[in-house]
Design a protein around this ligand. Sequence first.
Ligand code: ATP
Ligand code: MG
Length: 551
Amino acid sequence: MENKPSSNFLKNIVNEDLKSGKVDHIITRFPPEPNGYLHIGHAKSIILNFELADEFKGKTNLRFDDTNPVKEDTEYVESIKEDVLWLGYEWDNLFFASDYFEEMYNRAVLLIKKGMAYVCDSTAEEIRKMRGSLIEVGQKSPYRDRSAEENLSLFERMRKGEFKDGQKVLRAKIDMASPNINMRDPVLYRIAHATHHNTGDKWCIYPMYDFAHPLEDAIEGVTHSICTMEFEDHRPLYDWVIRECEMEEIPHQYEFARLNITNTVMSKRKLKQLVDEHVVDGWDDPRMPTISGLRRRGYTPEAIRSFAREIGVAKADSVVDSKMLEFFIREDLKLKAPRTMAVLEPLKVVITNYPEDQVEMLEAEINSENPEMGTRQIPFSREIYIEQDDFMENPPAKYFRLFPGNEVRLKNAYFIKCNNIVKDQSGKVIELHCTYDPETRSGSGFTGRKVKGTIHWVNAAQAVSAEFRLYEPLILDQDEDDESSFIEHINPQSLEIVQGFVEPNIKGSKPQDKFQFFRHGYFNVDPISSKQEKLVFNRIVSLKSSFQLTK
Ligand code: ATP
Ligand code: MG
């Protein structure tokens, strides 16, 4: 069951703005740059923007902030749309910042005419050096006092492609002595001779984020423009652009703390590096914190939404324990996922006193916590598989599973007792010979004696072979003062693949079907690798967390 959206400071702001008459409607936007796949941090922003507007009967735009042609691609546009829809949100409008390039250009011309922007020939390096620091004012560019006519002509020639990349930029003329470095004549436009995924070769000058973003918001009539804390110091520039470009609609920027999760990298740049360097199989590798990776792993939109609501929205930075995300997928699947038995690392057991050609059907609930899901039939006969580590030849004290002479309960079936061990030449145990007690059948009400261990099994004749992919965190935790690259903290054991068996009743499983395998956790049928002849399961999450989250 999903939790309800909770209150947060942004809702209070919107409420106040509506009450005071500052606005009479709400428009929010989710503005991804199509330069990578969305991750769980973006999910927080999506859920926040859509639910905020929804609560006040407003609208939310999906807007691609596609102002940097070099890194952007339609593959990313498509994946982002798919992910937002999958999370359960439908945008009211789909926009591309690149559709506003002409208007942005005209607004830049307006700034030039007002003497508030100029073309600067300094190199990127010179501009950076002359910007000053927190304790040092910046130096004025030698090109700062060019006339409006000269600037207009140069800017037009920049657009026409007369200059090379980096040769000239357009800068706002604000204040080189401002205590806020963002206000020290920031660059508004740069030259990039690159093909844009949407506008092709029409443009060779592109607006910078700080200039483009406020204009995009204003053009769309966005009322509350919500971004992460690192843009707080950019807000004066945001307001400057809106004011000096004489935009009719006036949006306001509000910041919240970005989502961080323990042992999880969450920057598109780093995630792209993992993909490009083949550390993972792609953006949708089930170990990735991308929406597509989580989806393939078996996470549900319900679980992600509940997680996002639980962590809430605040201004203070924090790191959320990855166990919390796991908690919500368990919660979501607890009553939904059919339960079944799977043997991940099989060991054959022959029940020597069971009739050779007999097969009986045992009945068990599909989900013991949700009886409405009904029952399933489980075949049982002379040969079964159990888990290799449910047997020990020389067990330590308090080992209650199978060992020579010990009796255990087979889940949903009978008690069995181990009598003999068969080993191969290397001394490895390859088969157990057990006897069963027909009196002890599950559900028969047998109370004659008790056993301490219950183990799961799959009937050998009907067992469906399957591959299981077991995941651990991709990145090991790093101390805060550890400066080494995250690449050095990749967990070499993030994926383990084993070959085993599942119960025959899940033979026809389809991609994305989810199960709880007794004692092993929740699993998802992999949507890409799984085939009817060979099922492949991703472990979404174990029943209890097995991983130490901090070193
Ligand atoms: P990254 O830093 O991972 O590359 P980004 O901020 O550059 O992400 P954008 O495509 O610009 O990615 O982000 C779209 C929206 O998602 C922005 O409003 C941004 O603030 C928000 N966002 C990105 N990362 C997070 C996060 N970890 N938590 C919350 N919101 C985020
Ligand atoms: Mg960004």
